[in-house]
Write a protein that binds this ligand. Structure first.
Ligand code: FAD
Ligand code: AMP
Length: 475
């Protein structure tokens, strides 16, 4: 079978499917190919994010937090429920059903936008021809002007920790456990390790996270990281820093993990071990022989600021190219590329991409950390506001953490906003918008925030930059 298109997108994750939709909105003839298969063998659009990442992890984070709050917090509100029981099968069914609904939504969106969807493997051949191989091995040749590569990423595996998908697992398997492991080991205290650790700790596991680096959350502002570390410790999450895992072996239904730290060699026995040491770009079988697509030394497809590869009219977006491995970064790249293809304006502001860690308290930030501003040499001022002084946070029984605003001394530019506390991931949107519009801290100070809301914490932190906070003592 042969098809003729303006744009063929390979990969329907959060980078690829928005690219396809925007290209179709731009009146282009679009096809999108995806080979994702779920553990039951079924094909599904949505990539890592919908099937094995953002969405299922947030479903379980929500359920597990409710379980924990029902057990530990409801009585504080005067709600006594008696014996609270966990039904993990029902929790997992809900998670799977949310994923099914969301991935089904992409099928509907493709249909509504007139996009031809292929389930199977896509391969870029010479002269911008794409070969699509369906589940039954049948091949379609798609002739197209533009190709968008959005093949995403896969978990990094450690040679010395042999993955078996049962006892030694990756993040995807760890979202689908059908029993709560008594002792859970996690290698890597990055975003994924912390979120998965939070889920299973709340559901009853003793969780130990082994992290090779000495510093906790080096990507985050260190005031926030220290606050987070304190809360996680209090919650009972065991985080060993400077602990490099050197090997793991399955012995009699458990896993023996070997690691080394400054004190020497250690071993840890756990019932399940999750390897969460990062993700790598996925490009296997993506291009045919003789197609000289340029890669960088780390295996990412080489692109310029507008996601152009070295090949004419071949673009690459999302986790398979440089930059943070985040769904919303990929989405914006997809939209940019689809607009550029249509001759419209397109740009991604890589300086203002928000990051969120969906633990409790939640962590979110945008712009530079205080450490980065300090290193840049620019004079700055800082204001922060504790959620302990927020009426809304108190009412929510969530008065932990703080908001922090970093501002330039010379022109009052907002350089970074960092939040640890309730709904931090939602609150950060205000800071993203402010920074996108080059707001000054005074702009934030003069913006009316409804009372009582959590967003007042950002307002007060902005006021605190000039020692003018009202609801907290200015230091
Ligand atoms: P992917 O989502 O990996 O999609 C690529 C798709 O392309 C896949 O479906 C793949 O099967 C398909 N494909 C690859 N090669 C081919 C081929 N040759 N032919 C056909 N199809 C192909 N990010 C956030 O922003 N927020 C979060 O809360 C968040 N939570 C996460 C939690 C976990 C546990 C994990 C693992 C990741 C999380 N991420 C989160 C990261 C996020 O999932 C990724 O950044 C995002 O999915 C990348 O999108 P993508 O479209 O580039 O790639
Ligand atoms: P991220 O890249 O944010 O997903 O985080 C992955 C984390 O895993 C990083 O903080 C790494 O330092 C950590 N890591 C990588 N390899 C090892 C290892 N062998 N032992 C312990 N931690 C590791």
């Amino acid at each position: 079978m042969t098809g003729q298109f303006d744009v063929v997108v390979i990969g329907a994750g959060p980078a690829g499917y928005p690219a396809a939709i925007r290209a179709a909105q731009n009146k282009l003839k679009v096809a999108c190919i995806d080979e994702w298969r779920n553990t039951d063998g079924s094909y599904a659009f949505g990539g890592t994010c919908l099937n094995a990442g953002c969405i299922p992890s947030k479903a379980l984070l929500e359920s597990s937090e409710l379980y924990q709050r029902a057990k530990e917090e409801f009585s504080i509100h005067g709600i006594n429920l008696g014996d609270i029981k966990l039904d993990l099968a029902a929790m997992q069914k809900r998670r799977a059903s949310i994923v099914r609904t969301m991935t089904g939504g992409i099928v509907a969106l493709f249909k509504a936008n007139g996009i031809t969807a292929y389930q199977g493997h896509g391969k870029l051949l010479a002269d911008n021809t794409v070969e699509s191989t369906g589940p039954d091995g049948s091949k379609s040749i798609l002739k197209t002007r533009h190709v968008v590569l959005a093949s995403g990423s896969v978990p990094v595996r450690l040679k010395s920790v042999p993955h078996d998908g049962k006892l030694i697992v990756d993040s995807w398997n760890a979202l689908e456990f059908d029993a709560v492991p008594k002792r859970l080991g996690i290698i890597g205290a990055g975003v994924i390790g912390l979120e998965l650790g939070s889920v299973w700790r709340r559901l009853g596991s003793v969780v130990t996270i082994l992290e090779a680096v000495d510093q906790f959350l080096p990507i985050a502002d260190q005031t926030i990281a220290r606050e987070a570390q304190r809360h996680f410790k209090k919650q009972g999450l065991i985080i060993e820093l400077g602990a490099r895992v050197t090997g793991a072996k399955v012995v009699g239904g458990a896993v023996n993990v070997a690691y080394a730290d400054a004190q020497g060699e250690h071993s840890l026995q756990v019932d399940r071990l999750v390897v969460a040491v990062g993700r790598r770009p996925f490009t296997e079988g993506l291009v045919g022989d003789g197609v000289n697509l340029e890669m960088d030394p780390r295996g990412f497809i080489q692109v310029d600021d507008h996601c152009r590869t070295n090949l004419p009219d071949v673009w690459a977006i999302g986790d398979v190219v440089r930059g943070p491995m985040l769904a919303h970064k990929g989405k914006e790249e997809g939209i940019m590329v689809a607009d550029l293809i249509a001759g419209r304006y397109g740009e991604v502001n890589y300086q203002i991409i928000p990051s969120v860690i969906y633990t409790a308290p939640e962590i979110a930030w945008v712009g530079q950390t205080e450490e980065q501003v300090k290193a840049s040499g620019r004079a700055y001022k800082v204001g922060s506001f504790p959620f302990a002084a927020s009426g809304r946070a108190r009412a929510m029984e969530a008065a932990q953490g703080m908001a922090k605003v970093i501002s330039a001394v010379d022109d009052d530019e907002v350089l970074g906003v960092h939040v640890i506390g309730p709904m931090a991931g939602e609150l950060i949107a205000e800071a993203v918008l402010a920074m996108e519009y080059s707001a000054s801290t005074e702009d934030l100070q003069r913006t009316i925030h409804a009372h009582p809301t959590l967003s007042e914490a950002i307002h007060e932190a902005a006021l605190a930059v000039d020692k003018r906070a009202i609801d907290a003592i200015n230091r």
